[in-house]
Design a protein around this ligand. Structure first.
Ligand code: NDP
Length: 448
């Protein structure tokens, strides 16, 4: 491919090389739109084919995972690890267990992770992995057997200086603990090769809160930049898993009112807003009992909208925290017409390219996931540091570091994303800031 390809030529080539991987194409397109005009003016990156190299993972590992259920039936799942880029540190990124997992989804996540990890200012490369295994409805023993079978193969490819996985959808502390136990058994070593561990064996305080807290802090920074704050605002949150729970908690701490939560079966609208007590109920419902968000509506007597998303509810701020592609163009139009002024993404790529275009045209504040949800991987990075120095920091110390990292990411977006006329394009800012650091490292290594 010629080095000075246009965005269209670049995408044509990428789609031809990665047929059918629609989520991956979407994630690359969003980056290419910012990076290609930049490299056209900075030919050292263009001539060294940096973006072409960055869109090809270092390696992709795909393996069979066989496990036995409680009734003695044998199941076969597929396991993956995409080691995307280790220019600035060991591969780092979560493991997702969900039936929708395929190579395209993991490549989009791994690619985005390259920019996100770069933005955190910590020395972390990018990877992502997981399986099409569905932990929902499985017994604890079945989840354990699956995790052990998965790690038996994955353990050959990871290590504290090579690749350090963490959690993501369907992978919380319980799954990380099963996998860490198996890793330790197989390798006979105790190193921080997984993050998101329990506190008793090397986990970090505030890791489970970090992505959600960081997302709310990022919104606060975006608003502060315009002389405003979360206090007194009506907020829509989607999802009700790890990220949504702690994003909602921090919004409440900062004085905002959270009126929605959702899951894959629909959303609840609680006009009075969440409280500490209601949130504790949600955390118990989703973490331990693995229940449905509709049960919240029954318990607190509010509306439940089956198979719908929360974006039609009037609000000031929106926090998509469930999964990819949950805000389409009509959703974005609805949010804007209902008065929404700012969106920050707790989830990865929850907004489609067409919806982002509408949001930018309406000049909303829009914090993309690779910047706004980087708090989780940042505290994972801090967990790696604590494991290396064999010390644990306090919650206060860690939260202060998290807050500073989110501020720093925001500042990088301001530096690289402010457009003529003053509009702050956070997508461009995050893409360029994330790109430049990794690209400079790759240039320094020569042609490899
Ligand atoms: P969880 O598994 O804890 O929660 C996921 C939530 O999203 C659940 O409420 C789930 O509903 C809902 N959900 C999942 N798939 C769908 C779907 N297809 N349609 C509607 N709702 C859906 O995951 P996390 O909270 O950890 O992750 C949420 C998002 O945040 C993901 O995009 C993830 O990649 C991203 N993220 C997570 C980080 C982390 O530290 N955990 C770090 C950075 C980003 P149900 O209960 O019905 O399954």
């Amino acid at each position: 491919m010629k080095y000075d390809a246009t965005i269209e030529e670049f995408m044509e080539d990428l789609i031809e090389r990665n047929p059918g991987e629609v989520e991956f194409h979407q994630a690359v397109y969003e980056v290419a739109e910012s990076v290609i005009p930049f490299t056209a003016q900075n030919s050292k990156y263009e001539r060294a084919a940096i973006l072409q190299r960055m869109t090809e993972p270092d390696r992709t590992i795909i393996f069979r995972v066989v496990w036995e259920d409680d009734d003695g039936n044998i199941h076969v799942n597929r396991g993956y690890r995409v080691q995307f880029n280790n220019a600035i540190g060991p591969y780092k990124g979560g493991l997702r267990f969900h039936p929708s997992v395929n190579l395209s989804v993991l490549k989009f996540l791994g690619f985005e992770q390259t920019f996100k990890n770069s933005l955190t200012t910590l020395p972390m490369g990018a990877g992502k992995g997981g399986s099409d295994f569905d932990p929902k409805g499985k017994s604890e023993r079945e989840v354990m057997r699956f995790c052990q079978a998965f790690m038996t193969e994955l353990s050959k490819h990871i290590g504290q200086h090579i690749d350090v996985p963490a959690g993501d959808i369907g992978v919380g502390t319980r799954e990380i603990s099963f996998m860490f136990g198996q890793y330790k058994r197989l390798t006979r070593e105790f190193t921080g090769t997984l993050t998101g561990k329990s506190l008793e064996f090397g986990g970090s305080l505030i890791r489970k809160e970090a992505t959600g807290y960081g997302c709310a802090y990022f919104m606060e920074e975006m608003l502060k930049h315009t002389g405003d704050s979360i206090a007194g605002k009506t907020c829509l949150v989607s999802g009700s898993g790890n990220v949504a729970q702690y994003c909602a908690e921090k919004i409440m701490h900062l004085g905002g009112k959270v009126v929605t939560l959702s899951d894959s079966s629909g959303f609840i609208h609680d006009p009075e807003g969440l409280s500490e007590e209601k949130l504790a109920y949600v955390i118990k419902l989703k973490t331990r009992i693995r229940g449905r968000i509709s049960e919240y509506a029954e318990k607190y007597g509010c509306a439940f909208y089956k198979d719908e998303k929360p974006w039609k509810i009037p609000c000031d701020l929106a926090f998509p925290c469930a999964t990819q592609n949950e805000i389409h163009k009509p959703d974005a139009e609805m949010l804007i017409s209902q008065g929404c002024r700012a969106i920050t993404e707790g989830a990865n790529m929850p907004t489609t390219v067409e919806a982002i275009r509408v949001i930018h045209q309406a000049k909303l504040l829009y914090g993309p996931g690779k910047a706004a949800n980087a708090g989780g991987v940042a505290v994972s990075g801090l967990e790696m540091t604590q494991n290396s120095i064999r010390m644990s920091w306090t919650s206060e110390e860690l939260e202060e570091r998290l807050k500073n990292i989110m501020k720093n990411i925001h500042q990088q977006c301001v530096t690289h994303g402010t457009e003529q006329g003053g509009y702050l394009n956070y997508v461009k800012g995050a893409n360029l800031a994330g790109f430049i650091k990794v690209a400079n490292a790759m240039l320094a290594y020569g042609v490899i």
